[in-house]
Ligand binder design. Sequence first.
Ligand code: ZN
Length: 171
Amino acid sequence: MAILDLVLYPDDPLTSVAEPFDRITSDVMDLAQDMFETMIAYEGVGLAGPQVGVSKQIMVVHEPESKPMCLINPTLILQGERIEGEEGCLSLPKIYAVVPRASRIKVKAYSPRGKKLEFEAEDFLARIIQHEYDHLQGIVFLDRIDIITREEKYQEWFEIRKKLLSEVQQG
Ligand code: ZN
């Protein structure tokens, strides 16, 4: 088990569409374990493959009130009304924005053991899954908000990114 390095926006492969798994082998379980560990270490509630440099259709999710889960090759059907809620992202730390999302979703996916999963999710859990699903399509949460706020948030982010990277260089 290992804590993986996080990829900061807009580094590769965050803006690319992730590849589906055509076979689910034991390596996937190991990757899922590392992603869970990484998500917990960074106090996130969700993490997608591209955020740890793996351009594959995999996400881990831990909504505080539900069991942690790992979804492979997920597909979503959006239902319910669109509701606004604040989001952050481990790929753009310290940036928060209010994002509209479907309040209810139907999810089809596979577990890391290859089991078929089908379930409905609501509210915060639905929001996390939609946020992580976007990562698998090369989209981040700021792409979901109005263009004026988006430009402001990106500007704010690029300032923060500069500072973060210079801190890393200074060791
Ligand atoms: Zn994110």
